[in-house]
Design a protein. Structure first.
Length: 92
């Protein structure tokens, strides 16, 4: 499984925000990765989530720390938009 898929499954199951180390341990508990993969999983998750959160339309977002920066390694799933972008009565 790819790191972004693992992060998405873990965050959907647990909800809220999690640190990449916690995501790795929960992924191992959910049997999404083997015991040999758990050593490298936090670094893979961190790299993949950091890169994905900088795209134009990210699925994950970093958590602000209240001091003008972001907490290290803590991510959450972004909420999907509920309504389409078109005006009411128009087809998209």
């Amino acid at each position: 499984m790819k790191p972004l898929e693992i992060a998405k499954n873990v965050l959907e199951a647990k909800g809220g925000l999690l640190h990449v180390n916690d995501m790795a341990t929960i992924a191992h508990e959910m049997e999404l990765c083997s015991e040999s993969e758990i050593k490298d999983l936090p670094t893979l998750l961190s790299a993949a989530l950091s890169k994905e959160s900088k795209t134009k339309k990210p699925f994950f977002s970093k958590i602000k720390d209240g001091k003008g920066g972001y907490e290290k390694g803590v991510y959450r799933l972004k909420k999907s938009k509920r309504f389409p972008k078109g005006k009411w009565g128009q087809k998209i």
